[in-house]
Structures are given as structure tokens and as C-alpha cells.
Write a protein that binds this ligand. Sequence first.
Ligand code: 13P
Ligand code: SF4
Length: 365
Amino acid sequence: MNTGLDTVARAARTAGAPLSDADTRSLARERARDLLARHDAVLVAHYYVDGELQDLALETGGCVADSLEMARFGRSHLARTLVVAGVRFMGETAKILSPEKRVLMPDLEATCSLDIGCPPDRFARFCDEHPDRTVVVYANTSAAVKARADWMVTSSCALPIVADLKARGEKVLWAPDRHLGRYVQQQTGADMLLWDATCVVHDEFKGIELELMRKEHPRARVLVHPESPESVIRQADRVGSTTQLLRAVSEMDADEFIVATDAGLFHRMRQMAPGKTLLEAPTAGAGATCKSCAHCPWMAMNSVDRLVQCLSGDARTIAAHAIELDPRVIRDARTCIERMLDFVAQTPGAAASPAGGFVPNLGAA
Ligand code: 13P
Ligand code: SF4
């Protein structure tokens, strides 16, 4: 898509005039669009990345989604290269599901505290100690951890999957997020042994401060991602994955929301529900220099400029941005992911469907 701004920026450049910030951004987006097309690449972005990158994904036929939808989208899309703007486990999941595709990330160092908190060797020992339990891992883990699991789940489908395992009489070993694990355990009543790791972003939300904020905004509805502490989840009107929270803002009959998740989601929420008031849930008390500052430092490593760098070098530079996994790890990790995708496909309502409609060039999800 070419905008009037692009033309202005080009004219200014030709005349030797300094470019305004808006012109510079416009040129960067134009370059990114060209590079995506030239490499037959599609951009698969998470809601927590920079808003400019989210817009670019939607403008170019990619997607902005939660981790479940990102996996489904990447697997089904016809492009030969997937550019995953998110964190490492999202790129690995894309590669596991589509080993024949090239999977690039703007920054391969973008990781996740849950992934860091669950090293494969320690996790394997934990599984060895509990051979009677079905191993269920959250998507936010390394490929090596997934290779050891029976099931992968995301926050979008963890409840129905664990409820189904419980109905079949299975005991669960859960890793790594202990808040999500406890929430799933409480909701389903399943016998679950929990690993002890947390998300550095959601773990910071404060229940006491949230109570105070709700008193100041008595009409606001509270939306909470289940990686948050129990004291926060307890106050929620809706608990769900990023897509489910986004949907709640559009669908719920309220004008004001307090949202306990990464601030990156607000960009899409504002687009999907213009006119509604969105308040960031508190991560600290009065007097703190930052009272609501939930933003993932690893998601923040993604930007349009990093995407341009990733795609504009020679073959070696581009290869340095590619996810590479041992074929045996791919084979072993794939089973638990496909089990989840099959369950979601066969179970109506097991997960939120994509928010914001369908996109071109996508096969059946
Ligand atoms: P979602 O699956 O809800 O997008 O969550 C991923 C994540 O990393 C949240 O912190
Ligand atoms: Fe991981 Fe938390 Fe960042 Fe999500 S927000 S990627 S769970 S550290």
C-alpha cells in the first residue's frame, strides 16, 4: 500500500531536505512491505509487539494474534517464509509445525521468563520423577521442553484440554507458569502438580492496588490474563488469552475497562473498540515512578526497523535470523502441538476464533 506520505518523503529526500519523523517511519514501513513481498514472506505478529509492526502485519496480509492463532496461521499460510514478530518460543512453534518453511525473527534473542524458568534438563528430571502423570506444557517453553510433553496448551485452550484429561481420569504434570496452572487447577478440579515459574510482566500486577483502582472506577469491568497472580484473577470479570480479552472489550456491555495484561494489547483494543476507555491495571502503588508499566522487554525487541534489518542483508545476514532446530527435536515436539491443534479443531468453542476477521492467502485454520 503506497500512501501520500511516501510520496512526500521521497520528494523531500530528492530535494535534500531533512525527513520528518513521520516521513522516516513511512519510508521504513514501505521498505518493510517491499522486503516482505520480495522474500515471499508473511508477518505473523503477537499483540504485544509495537503497534506499528502490528499495523504492518495486517496491511500486508499477515496476522496479529495470540499464540494459538499465530501457530495456526503460520502452519496454514502458503508463504515460503514466516517472519515471526514475538518471542522465541513462537518462532520455534512455527518452525516445528512448518519445518519446510524458513522462519525468521527480527531478534532471535527475544525470549520469555517462563521459557528461561523451565530448563529442559531440570524439566526432564521432574517428568522422570512422576511417570504416572500426563505432561502438559504451556506454549511458552522451548522446543526441547515440548519434546518431552504429551500436550501443549495456550492460555486460549488450557481449560478445556485439562478438563478433558481430568474427565479421562488422568493426573497432570504442569509447567511452567504456576499462576496459570493454579487457575486451571481451580477451574477444572484436576489433580495437577505445578512447576514454579512466572511471567515477569503479569506477575507484577497487584491485587491490593487493583482493589483501590476499582473503587475509583466502580463502573469499569476487569479483564485479566491468567498469567496474573490469584489476587488479581479473583477480581476479574473476564479471564482469558489476549484474543479473548480483546474480544471481551468489543463485546461486553461496558464503556470502561481495567486491563491486566501487557500494554501492547491496547493498540489493537483501541482499534477494535474505539470510544471505550481502557485503563492499565496497576503494577505498583502510589508514589511509584511507574504505577502501571506492564510491557514485556522481549516483545519490545521487535520493531519495523529490526524487521527491515532482518530482511535486507545478504543471505548470511538473513540466515542469522532464522530459527534452526534439530530434526529430532522437531519430530518429538510436534506431537504435543498437533494434539492441541486437533483438539481445538474438533471441539467447538475450545478456543477463541481469530479476532478481526479472516485474512487472504490463508488455508483452513
Ligand atoms: P497469549 O497466548 O494469550 O497470546 O499469551 C502469550 C503470552 O506470552 C502472554 O504473556
Ligand atoms: Fe513471556 Fe511474559 Fe513476555 Fe509473555 S509477557 S512473552 S509470558 S515474559
